[in-house]
Each structure stands twice: as C-alpha cells, then as structure tokens.
Design a protein around this ligand. Structure first.
Ligand code: ADP
Ligand code: MG
Length: 485
C-alpha cells in the first residue's frame, strides 16, 4: 500500500490534521493506497498558494507562449508514462485497461489542444462612434476551484486544468475521494514541465469537508464542477454568496433513438456501446434506448443476446470489456435501482451479480424492457450498466419521449433517412447529439448540457471562454476638457 501526500504550493504535504483515508481497488475490494484527508484549513492553504501564484508570482508574468509550451511538455509526459498511468487508473476505478489507454491519449490530446489555443486568445477593437479607441481585453478569471468525479479520473482533471492553465488561471483541483491517484502521480511532473509553485494545487478529500469549503471560499473566483445533479444544485446555492462564476456538467438520462430503417447490426452495437461502455458510469450514457415498434422485439432479442457475451473481468486483462463499478457505495446504489427496475418493468438479462469474478463490485449488464418513460429507472440517473428499453410508434412520439426528462446532456438518433434524422436532431433538447453513433467525444467540439444537465461548455474554444473575463477599455483620443460643468 502506497501512502500519498497531496500537492500544495509545489510541495508534497500531509493534511493539517495529519489524517488519511483509504483508496480501494474495486476489483479486489482491497486498499491500495491512502491519501490525506483535507479539510477547510487545507483548502485555505491551497487557495492562498493559488492566490499568491495568480496575483504576484511568476505565473502572473507568464506569456501565452510559456503556458502553451508547458502544456505541450505535460502532454508529452502523459504520453511517455501512459502504460503506468493507465494501469493505475484501471486499478483505482475498475475500468478496462484498454479504455484507460484511450483515456490517457485523450488526456495528452487535451493538454496539446489547449497548449495550442493559449496563443490564440484574442481581444477585440469595438467600433464605438466617439473620438475614442475601445478595446475588449480577455483576462484570466483568477483562481479556479475544480471538483471532479471518479468515472474518468485523469481525463476530467485534464478537461479542467488544460483550459484554465492556457487562460492563465491558478487552480485548486479536488479529485473524487474514490479516485485521486492518477492526478497525484501527474503532479510529480508539474515542477519539471515548468509550473511555478501554487499554480496547480491538488487537495484530496471528501465532498462535504474539502469540496464545500472550496466552493464557499471568498478568494476563489470560479468553480468548475462535474458530478451528480444533487451536488450540482448545492454548489450553485453555495457559490451564490460570493457570486462565483460556476460551470456545471451534471448527470443525464440520455435517449438513444433507433428507427426501423437504421442499419440493424450497427444499431445493436451502438445501443450496447452507448450504455455499457465504462460500466455505464458515463454522464452521457444512452441509458434510455428508444426503439421503433416494428423492430422492437427483434432488436431486443439481438441486443440481449449480444449483451450476454460482454466479457466481464479484471480491469487489467486486455480481453476485459467490463470491469467492476468504482466502489461499494456505487455497487449498492446501482443494485438498488436494479431492484426498483424489477418492480417497474421486465428484465431481459442481468439483474444480479455475475458468478465470476468472485470478488469485486461487478454488476452484470442489465437490460429492462417495456419500460414506461415515467418509471424511476427511466427518469433517474443510475450510473451503472443498466439499460431501459422503451418502444415508440412514430417520429413524433420518439421526440416527445426523448425530451420528456429533466436532463439534457446528450442524445443519439439512428436512421438512414436524412430528412427524419435532421428533423429529430433539431427537435432534441440536448447539448450533444450523435447521429448513427453514440459517445465519441472530441476535444475540438463543445461538451455540456441543456436543462438540469448543467450550464457552460467544456472543450474546444468554448472551454477556455469559461476561464476568461472580458475587460472593456475606453481610451479617449480627444484632448479637450469635457466641458460639461
Ligand atoms: P457521486 O455521488 O457519484 O460520487 P458526487 O456528485 O457526489 O457524485 O461527486 C462528484 C464530486 O463532487 C466528488 O469530487 C465529490 O467529492 C464532490 N462533492 C460531493 N459532495 C460535495 C459537496 N457538498 N460540495 C462540494 N463537492 C462535493
Ligand atoms: Mg456523492
């Protein structure tokens, strides 16, 4: 078992109280590490370090080119160390090693993208009528508090840190308590790649004791949060007292819509991939599978048959396609929804713990069908490998069902009729819409939700906007006195 310290002001430190909490491997249920248990006092330390770095340290004098090159060096480190990082990621969160390797490539690409974007942040000259020059300057928002979930631990850290650093902000990052390890490993390279002390601080701790004080801290200018809708709502309230800038990426109950004219084989694959990738622990999971009535029973049968062949196993085995859920708590939460589903709908497959592997928080791919869109398993985010299959009769009904949800993160539509596809794309109330696919995500394109899935956008040029303020500068060109009084 490895004992970690956290990273504040360029130093590896214990928590002020000197206490630690355990980190588990969900495939063995064993403790693999311990990390400091940060509280409000530690948050104060981290914020003070970030504040000093932003307000007066060398970071405040850094050029966009400096910041860009630094992000390129960090990306290269991640590429060089991918085997080690991917293995640690899989051990800590349970996802299959092949998926972790994709994640590490995405982490590096994210740092590279924002490394390049750092030098492309442009202001404006405003065409004012007076004898004046009017400018809009873009400036970093200041100290950013960043709170992230456990499903893509290092990738979520990259999505938060990369645009913030490109913009010139200083950061206090709090990984999820379940999965702090890869972010701490990455922090080992911060000094080497040229990050001055205090620019990125990583505090390990729980939501209520370390996350909430960060959200409430008067010296923090912005909070970027990815996590559950319940916590997102608390964050908006907590941030109100200090009028912080807030961006939220919350849950979803995303519809994956299949019309009868879709390519059948691709559709079956797409339905399974949409909901079971990463054990279903995906905010954009296609957890409501809407299928046109004319293909419904054939679709359900093919999907169930193929779901039964998904290879569950230890995350580090390369053939594994589904690992354990991240924690005992998540395992119990998902199983409680499975029990609810058994009362609300019909079970096609799954619904219990697989016989093998014998240990670990595994849940078999589970498919419920004839689900009513008002059922709890169709309305509430489960965040596990549980699909709700819902039939529909026509395009109008498909759109109505798809949009009948408090969430609006993502949606997908499958058909070979381009007229129908584009009508549905326009009608869907979701921030990300896929056509004849579900889940591919690009750093170049905007990511974020409608409705209760949050606000603000990450990735692409949109992502850096959320870390920038706009300053209007009016330069008078008329040397005469105003002459008003
Ligand atoms: P889950 O319940 O699936 O773990 P959460 O939304 O609780 O999802 O967790 C996402 C992130 O939010 C984690 O880093 C967690 O520590 C943090 N968090 C949880 N509760 C709070 C809170 N009250 N204030 C700030 N952050 C929180
Ligand atoms: Mg929680």
């Amino acid at each position: 078992m490895k004992s970690y310290r956290m990273y504040i002001n360029g130093e590896w430190v214990e928590s002020c109280r000197g206490t630690y909490f355990p980190v588990h491997d969900p495939s063995t249920e064993e403790i693999i590490a311990e990390v400091p248990d940060a509280n409000a006092q530690d948050v104060d330390r981290a914020v003070a370090a970030a504040r000093a770095a932003f307000d007066s340290g060398p970071w405040s004098q850094s050029t966009a080119q400096d910041r860009g090159r630094l992000l390129f060096r960090l990306a290269q480190k991640v590429r060089d160390e991918t085997p080690r990082l991917a293995e640690l990621e899989s051990r800590n969160c349970g996802k299959p090693i092949v998926e972790s390797e994709y994640d590490m490539a995405d982490v590096a690409t994210c740092f590279e993208y924002y490394g390049g974007l750092a030098t492309k942040v442009l202001g404006h000259v405003n065409p004012v009528p007076a004898n004046a020059l009017s400018l809009s300057l873009r400036e970093p928002v200041g100290v950013a508090g960043q709170i992230i979930p456990w499903n893509y631990p290092l990738l979520m850290a990259a999505w938060k840190l990369a645009p913030a650093l490109a913009a010139g902000c200083a950061c206090v990052l709090k990984p999820a308590e379940q999965t702090p390890l890869t972010a701490l490993e990455m922090a080992q390279w911060f000094e080497e790649v040229g990050l001055p002390p205090g620019v990125v601080n990583i505090i390990t701790g729980f939501g209520e004791t370390a996350g909430a004080p960060l959200v409430q801290h008067p010296q923090v200018n912005k909070i970027a949060f990815t996590g559950s809708a319940a916590v997102g709502k608390q964050i908006v309230k907590m941030a109100a007292d200090t009028v912080k800038r807030v961006t939220l990426e919350l849950g979803g109950k995303s519809p994956n819509i299949f019309f009868a004219d879709a390519d059948f084989e691709a559709a079956i694959d797409g339905a399974l991939f949409g909901v079971f990738i990463n054990q279903g622990e995906v905010c954009s999971a296609g957890s409501r599978i809407l299928v046109e009535r004319t293909i419904y029973s054939r679709f359900l049968e093919a999907m169930t048959e193929k779901a039964g062949r998904i290879k569950l196993g230890p995350p580090l085995e390369r053939e594994t396609k589904m690992g354990p859920l991240v924690s005992k708590e998540q395992y119990e939460r998902v199983n409680s929804y499975v029990e609810i589903g058994k009362k609300e709908a019909k079970l096609a497959i799954g619904g219990s713990r697989p016989a093998s592997p014998a240990r670990g928080y595994y849940v078999a791919p589970t498919i419920f069908y004839d689900v009513d869109n008002s059922a709890r398993i169709a309305r509430e985010e489960i965040f596990g490998p549980v699909a709700a299959v819902i039939p529909f009769n026509n395009e109008t009904e498909a759109i109505r069902l798809a949009n009948d949800t408090p969430y609006g993160l993502a949606a997908a539509v499958w058909s070979r009729d381009i007229f129908k596809v584009f009508r549905v794309v326009k009608a869907l109330r979701a921030g990300v819409v896929w056509v004849n696919h579900m889940q591919p995500t690009y750093v170049e394109a905007p990511w974020g939700g409608y409705k209760q899935s949050g606000f603000g956008r990450e990735l692409g040029p949109w992502g850096i906007e959320e870390y920038l303020e706009t300053k209007q500068v009016h330069i008078n060109l008329d040397e005469q006195p105003i002459g008003w009084y």
